[in-house]
Design a binder for this molecule. Structure first.
Ligand code: NAI
Length: 327
């Protein structure tokens, strides 16, 4: 028997939490041979609902689920954590300015970063889902000086999966036929879904579609999909967001296939002109438990402009949280 892996999930009583926890407990996060212990972190008002979810998790009798603990204190919630999924965040309310949003989230992700620094396991891997995800991840990372920066990541896998699905339906190919698609930049409306290096059944994707579809349909559809889901469902994406979180961590731990890459927001090493230290989405492969940025891709002028616009937004967010004293 293997020692269970401690997985901390924040915002456990929320809608993504509800879609996520059962899949983690069933073995889909880390694989069918790895038992997990869940550590659910909520705010005090969310604890009772988290207890209800824990009752349902018990009632699934998952063979891999080795225990569930519920906390409202970050120090305890991250104690011994090997994997941390930071889902809980402060949403933007009506009339809230960006500065207020960043400040409210700084109050969450700063202390969580400190708690990770103080008590998480040496191999801790962090995925931030809660928005604004890239900058929340940066705030947490900056509060965890003893943890290698590369262990803090933010989720653009949902954007990646949305782009795969849109391109598949346009070309009539199954998603499995598509390789090497990239989301660049921020998980926001400025993100750039790039198909210029992608292939569909081995053929260059950009040559299979026309530029007007790319610019007026594909890019805005992917970037605004979150709003379209809210409009249709009356609630924001939850199961698809949970699915993407599972994909991200599963690939990070178990590795990506050799013949393709995926997208994740990771700490920049300066590749592709993205300022060092920003948590920005790149084309990535995972090997030996580490993300690696795919190097040497030719970037057209069109792509350059789109990447720069999104990266500039990340720079602005970083400058704003610096000014607020949050990093
Ligand atoms: P939700 O509102 O249903 O749940 C959020 C939960 O977080 C609530 O139970 C709340 O009590 C809890 N929470 C708030 N502050 C907390 C704290 N300091 N510590 C622990 N728990 C805390 O929201 P939902 O739908 O589950 O979404 C969660 C986040 O994920 C949102 O920020 C949303 O914008 C983001 N999101 C990100 C996506 C991405 O692709 N990166 C996709 C979809 C959603």
């Amino acid at each position: 028997t293997t020692t269970p892996v401690n997985v901390t999930v924040t915002g456990a009583a929320g809608q993504i939490g509800y879609a996520l926890l059962f899949r983690i407990a069933s073995g889909q996060l880390l694989g069918p041979d790895t038992p997990v212990k869940l550590r659910l972190l909520e705010i005090p008002q969310g604890v009772k609902a988290a207890e209800g979810t824990a009752m349902e998790l018990d009632d699934c009798a998952f063979p891999l689920l080795a225990g569930i603990d519920i906390f409202d204190d970050p120090k305890q919630g991250f104690e011994g954590a090997n994997v941390a999924l930071l889902v809980g965040a402060r949403p933007r309310s009506k009339g809230m300015e960006r500065g207020d949003l960043l400040e409210a989230n700084g109050g969450i992700f700063g202390p969580q970063g400190e708690a990770i620094n103080a008590g998480a396991a040496d191999d801790i891997r962090v995925l931030v889902v809660g928005n604004p995800a890239n900058t929340n991840a940066l705030i947490a990372q900056q509060h965890a000086p003893d943890v290698p920066a590369e262990r803090f990541t933010a989720m653009t896998r949902l954007d990646h999966n949305r782009a795969l699905s849109q391109l598949a339906s346009k070309t009539g190919a199954p998603v499995s036929a598509i390789k090497n698609l990239t989301i660049w930049g921020n998980h926001s409306a400025t993100q750039y879904p790039d198909i210029f290096h992608a292939t569909v059944d081995g053929k260059n994707a950009a040559e299979l579609v026309d530029q007007s579809w790319l610019e007026s349909d594909f890019i805005p559809t992917v970037a605004k999909r979150g709003a379209a889901i809210i409009e249709a469902r009356g609630a924001s994406s939850a199961a698809s967001a949970a699915n993407a979180a599972i994909d991200h961590v599963h690939d990070w731990v178990n590795g990506t296939a050799d013949d393709s890459w995926t997208s994740a927001a990771i700490v920049s090493d300066g590749s592709y002109g993205v300022p060092e230290g920003l948590i920005s989405s790149f084309p990535v492969r995972a090997k030996g438990g580490k993300w690696e940025i795919v190097q040497g891709l030719e970037i057209s002028e069109f792509s350059r402009g789109k990447i720069d616009a999104s990266v500039n937004e990340l720079v602005e967010e970083r400058d704003a949280v610096k000014e607020l004293g949050l990093v």
